[in-house]
Write a protein that binds this ligand. Structure first.
Ligand SMILES: C[S@@+](CC[C@H](N)C(=O)[O-])C[C@H]1O[C@@H](n2cnc3c(N)ncnc32)[C@H](O)[C@@H]1O
Length: 245
């Protein structure tokens, strides 16, 4: 059991280094337009329709995340920002004899997940209301950490903080598998960020990010990155390992 605490291919050299090198990723990505404090309320409002959006723009990425994560059958797995619980249930189904934990900030999303978990009647699954930037679990509690479409909602300076928290929770050789909205690699895929830069926020405040250079800064190894787009919505799938000390 996890104790809650009280309180593909290698990333291209460009992506791993932030294209412009070192901490260049900060200049490459846009800053968020709305205060992060609005996020839980926004996602509570969107919870009833989120799966429609996910089917249109994120279903390919979800399949690939599950393939790369290759979860279970007896692991300690954490999904951070588990949303409606759709991916959490898939992780738990594959981790029959293990322990699968979801952490999520929005009350509306948490309510959806709880309903889903009741109807699935899966054993060994728990869901917590928790913030990715300060997760209520002991160090090195998990073999696998999955996180989808959350990093792209965080202000630039909070991205390393969340990823450092993920690193803290992984038990070597722990695997991290993420999907994030990223910077479009074709002109048509850059429309979302172009609109966002002009203040047209169609994406519930997410914009393209680059996780690989931050993971490299934090000492993760075996960093690999894939790119895909669905309905012109650009996603990076990034995997990394926390090595044995
Ligand atoms: C775009 S949705 C993705 C949901 C889910 N991961 C999926 O792929 O279906 C982003 C989710 O991240 C959650 N979130 C945003 N910031 C968070 C934070 N700091 N800690 C935990 N969850 C957060 C939101 O409440 C929302 O449910």
């Amino acid at each position: 059991m996890v104790t809650p605490r009280r309180r593909s291919r290698p990333a291209s050299r460009a992506a791993a280094s932030g294209r412009s090198g070192g901490s260049g990723w900060r200049e490459e990505i846009l800053e968020v337009k709305r205060p992060p404090g609005d996020v839980p309320r926004t996602y509570t409002r969107l919870a009833p329709v989120y799966e429609v959006w996910a089917r249109l723009t994120e279903s390919k990425a979800r399949r690939r995340v599950l393939e790369l994560a290759d979860p279970g059958p007896a692991e300690d797995i954490l999904e951070v920002a588990s949303g409606t619980g759709a991916q959490l249930v898939e992780l738990a189904r594959r981790n029959r004899d293990g322990h699968t934990v979801g952490a999520e900030l929005s009350k509306g999303m948490l309510a959806r997940t709880r309903r889903r978990l009741r109807s699935e009647a899966l054993a060994g699954v728990e869901i917590f209301e928790a913030d990715a930037r300060e997760l209520p679990f002991e160090d090195e509690s998990f073999d696998l950490l999955v996180n989808s479409y959350m990093l792209d909602l965080l202000p630039r300076e909070e991205i390393p903080r969340a990823l450092a928290e993920f690193r803290r929770l992984l038990r070597p050789p722990g695997r991290l598998v993420m999907s994030n909205m990223t910077i479009g690699e074709r002109p048509a895929h850059r429309t979302w960020d172009a609109l966002y830069a002009r203040g047209v926020v169609l994406t519930a405040n997410c914009r393209g990010v680059l996780a690989a250079p931050v993971l490299a800064e934090l000492g993760f190894t075996e960093i690999r990155r894939e790119y895909l787009a669905q309905l012109g919505f650009p996603t990076e799938i990034v995997t990394a390992t926390k090595e044995t000390r």
